[in-house]
Structure formats: C-alpha cells, structure tokens
Design a protein around this ligand. Structure first.
Ligand SMILES: C[S@@+](CC[C@H](N)C(=O)[O-])C[C@H]1O[C@@H](n2cnc3c(N)ncnc32)[C@H](O)[C@@H]1O
Length: 478
C-alpha cells in the first residue's frame, strides 16, 4: 500500500502498534532539491495569512515553508525528522525495529545553491505553491557559531541524540561502507563518489541508525551476507559451506526439512564458533567469589536450574547436539555450553538464543527459567554477538530517474534481521520503492509513504516488472 503525501500527516492514518519494522532513508541535509512537490508548511498555522521572511519563516505564525532537508538551520531539520519519528514510534509495535539510513553533511555544502529546481524529472512551473507558500530561496542561517567553514555537521548523531531524548533506545549506529581502505596493502576496495577536497579523506560510509522502542525486540541474524568482498576468507567460508551442505544431505529427511525451515539457516552462523575456555570460567568464579560462598551457591543454583533443565529437554527431544545445531543454525561450539552442568564450562543462553531454541526443544518462556540474578553468576552467550556492525555494500545503480537509491542487498539484510516473516515493514520515504520491492520478494508485507507522485509511479513500475519476472521464472521452473 502506498500513501501519497507528507510523511508526518500520512503516518497519522496508520494504526498504532501495527508495524514490525521501519526501514527508510529520508532526504539528507542540504544534499539535493527534490522538487516543489516536497514543499510544505512545517509547524505553522494553515489558516494564517502568512508574511514570509527571507528564510521562508512566517513572521506571524512562526511556520517554515520548504522541503525537508533544506531547512535554514540543521537543528530545524533534525526537529522535523524527530517529529516524524515520534509518529513512527506510535505505529511501531513494542517488539519493532527502526533502521534509518542517513548521510552526513559538510558546512561547505550549505553554500551550494539548491534553490533552483534541478530535477529533470519534475516539471516545475514555480507558480503552483500549496498553502500559499512562497517560492523558497534556500539559504542557510549563519547564526550558529560552531558552523565554521569545512565543519562536518554530524547530522546522524544529532538526530540519534534527539531521538534518544524523545524515548527511543539507540541500539547501534551501523556503518554502511561503500569503500574500504586496506592500510597495509595501500589498496582500496569498492567504489564511491569522487570528491575534490584534498585536505580530508573522501566520504565512503553512511550511517544506519538502529533504534527500538523497548528492551525486548525481534532480532535475527541476517540471511544475506552483507559482506561480499572477494577475499581469501570468503573463499574459505564458501568451501566450508559446501562441505556443510554435503553433510546436511546425509541427514534424515525430517531433520533437513527442519533445517530448511530454520529461521536463521545461514552459512555464516554455522561458520562461527566461540571458545569459552575453562580457565576463563574458573577465573570468573574466583573473581566473584564472596567470603561466605554465596556467589558459588548462586552459580550452582543457576547451572542446576537452567543448564540442568536444558539438558533434560535435549534428552527428551531425542536430538543430538549436532542436529540441534543444524536446525537452529547456532554453532555446536556455542550450543554445548548451554547443556553443560560443570561449573567451568556452563554458560546460559541469551534471550535471543533461547527464542531460537525454544520451538525446537519445546521450552517455556525465558523469564520462567532464567532469573535475572543468574545472569550475574553465569556467562550469558548470544549467538548473534559475532556479526559486526560495519557492512560493506556496493552502491546500486539502476535505470530509473531517482537519485539516492538504497541497495537492495542492504535492505534485504536489514529486513531479515529486524522483521519477522509475514511481518509489516514501513518506509515513510519510499522514493523509488526499494523497500517495497525487497519486502515483496522475501515475503514481508509493506506500507510506503512518498510525497512525489512521479516516484510513486516509478515504484509501481519496478514492482510490476519484478512481479512479471517472478511469474516468468515460476513458469520456466514448472
Ligand atoms: C532519499 S530518498 C528515498 C530513496 C529510497 N530509499 C529508494 O531506495 O528509492 C527520499 C525520498 O523522500 C521523499 N520525500 C521528501 N520529503 C518528504 C515528505 N515530507 N514526506 C514523504 N516523502 C518525502 C522524496 O521525494 C524522496 O523520494
């Protein structure tokens, strides 16, 4: 479903707590002019007979008229986005995730003249202004002492801090890297826009803010591998995977079906293992040992109640550790610690790991077995802890008249990580529809908001082409 209009208003039409995930990329600050369709009145009174100053503020109602991203003050841009994300918080379920891709801006860009309507896509008569607005001249207000020439404005961080103060939990600032410099080899991997600045490095990454509403939220390791550097390592991983597949084929049919259906059936998770050395655990015990032995008692109680319980459930299931590893995608090296009852080798699963094992071993809710105080005594292991937050994804170029397209590979990885199958993903700045396209392809429902009708058309064309392709492929494979 596509809602056409200003994200702030259109979001109000979406039910509260109805969306599982939000993946989006708003207009960046002072990056480009998206055309007059994006010009609207912000914060003002629609009934006011406005008198505009040279920055497009109404001297009577205080409203500002213009495009999101071309505000005369970076704090006003951050406020507008944070207002939109207040609405996003309302529509997002408590277990939901936000992945917000946003680039940064140098103060020098503010000198660029973005007032002309430079998009060949939009026929702009410069006369048809909504809300009686002026023809905006976009000027940056120079009153901020810290906005010195050459200054990096740190826009993603300003927004993240503003979101924190409005109730969001910022979980991560994922780095989407388009170019990586290997300092040892003095070589560069990947591509990126050339830049003329000779006194700083060229911009080769953007940030994806990962924000959530509550401490407990849906989170799965991505199936797609965002790292697709052809290196010695990735070759090894591929070989290892072939080997794993070969072994998998030897399994009983029921097991391989379970593996197929597994939520995180990823070759990479299988390639990871942790080594929890006995000496580490022993040192931990000594470190926390209280004179009255109370810590050891807690340790024993935790291991008995959690690991002892898990051991019994594994036995009841009739599965081997290897089979459980193949079904859940959690490495055997990690899993074995959950079923050990000796004080040096036992570890308890994190909530995320428990959620993965739960349906397979028919476990009760995490909190029923793992008391909070146990976590102080026994090491908690998460199988997800080894996925890094720097992702290398090549920018994508496609033949549609829209700039700033998110790569499908990046969207797919985020969707699989933060949106359950059949769940609903929302993109309040849909653009050319990348989020909708990927969502449809990998089995998620989607809602998009876009203010520019031309871009809505592009989305519809891309969706149509994908559907036709899918039908053709299905026909050919029958
Ligand atoms: C960075 S682009 C999004 C690109 C998109 N992720 C893709 O892959 O095609 C930002 C989009 O936000 C739209 N936009 C700008 N202001 C808006 C507003 N107030 N409400 C909704 N959409 C808006 C622009 O028309 C533009 O298509």
């Amino acid at each position: 479903m596509i809602l056409i209009g200003n994200a702030l208003e259109e979001l109000k039409k979406i039910d509260s707590n109805s969306v599982d995930c939000i993946i989006t990329s708003p207009p960046y600050y002072y990056s480009r002019n998206y055309g007059s369709e994006c010009e609207i009145l912000w914060d003002g009174d629609k009934r006011c007979k406005h008198i505009w100053d040279k920055y497009n503020f109404c001297t009577k109602c205080g409203g500002w008229y213009g495009q999101l991203g071309l505000e005369p003050d970076v704090d006003l841009y951050v406020k507008h986005l944070a207002d939109i994300f207040d609405q996003c918080m309302r529509v997002l379920k408590n277990t939901g995730n936000v992945f917000l891709n946003i680039g940064d801006t140098y103060a020098n860009s503010l000198r660029r003249n973005l007032s002309f309507h430079n998009s060949s896509l939009i026929s702009d008569s410069h006369t048809d202004r909504k809300n009686g607005g002026p023809i905006p001249i976009y000027r940056f207000k120079k009153h901020k002492h810290w906005v010195k020439p050459k200054q990096l404005l740190l826009v993603p961080y300003r927004l993240a801090i503003q979101m924190q103060s409005r109730g969001w939990i910022i979980r991560d600032m994922i780095v989407w890297s388009k170019k990586v410099y290997d300092v040892k080899q003095k070589r560069q991997i990947g591509s990126g826009m050339p830049e003329s600045a000779m006194d700083r490095l060229s911009k080769s990454y953007e940030v994806v803010i990962h924000a959530v509403k509550s401490e407990r939220y849906y989170f799965k390791k991505p199936k797609t591998n965002p790292l697709h550097i052809k290196s010695k390592n990735s070759k090894n991983l591929t070989n290892k995977n072939n080997h794993t597949n070969h072994n998998t084929n030897q399994e009983k049919v029921s097991i391989s079906k379970l593996i197929e259906a597994s939520p995180i059936n990823s070759k990479y998770i299988k390639s990871e293992s942790i080594s929890l050395s006995a000496s580490y655990a022993a040192r931990r015990i000594l470190k926390f040992r209280n004179p009255d032995n109370s810590f050891i008692e807690l340790y024993e109680e935790a291991v008995n109640n959690v690991n002892g319980f898990l051991k019994r459930k594994l036995k009841q299931s009739g599965l081997s550790l290897r089979e459980l590893s193949l079904i859940t995608g959690i490495s055997k090296g990690t899993l074995c610690h959950f079923f050990r009852t000796d004080l040096t080798g036992a570890a308890i699963p994190s909530w995320e790991a428990w959620e993965i094992i739960k349906p397979v071993l028919d476990l009760p809710e995490y909190e029923e077995i793992v008391k909070d105080e146990y976590k102080k005594a026994v090491l908690v292991i998460s199988p997800l802890a080894y996925v890094g937050n720097v992702w290398f994804v090549n920018p994508e170029r496609i033949n549609v008249a829209h700039f700033s397209i998110m790569p499908q590979r990046l969207v797919e990885a985020l969707l699989e990580m933060g949106c359950p199958e059949e769940g609903v993903v929302l993109d309040p700045f849909l653009g050319s529809g990348t989020v909708a396209l990927v969502a449809e392809r990998i089995g998620r429902k989607w809602i998009g908001i876009e203010i520019t009708e031309k871009y809505v058309q592009i989305t519809e064309e891309r969706l149509k082409a994908q559907r036709e392709n899918l039908m053709l492929n299905n026909k050919n494979s029958q």
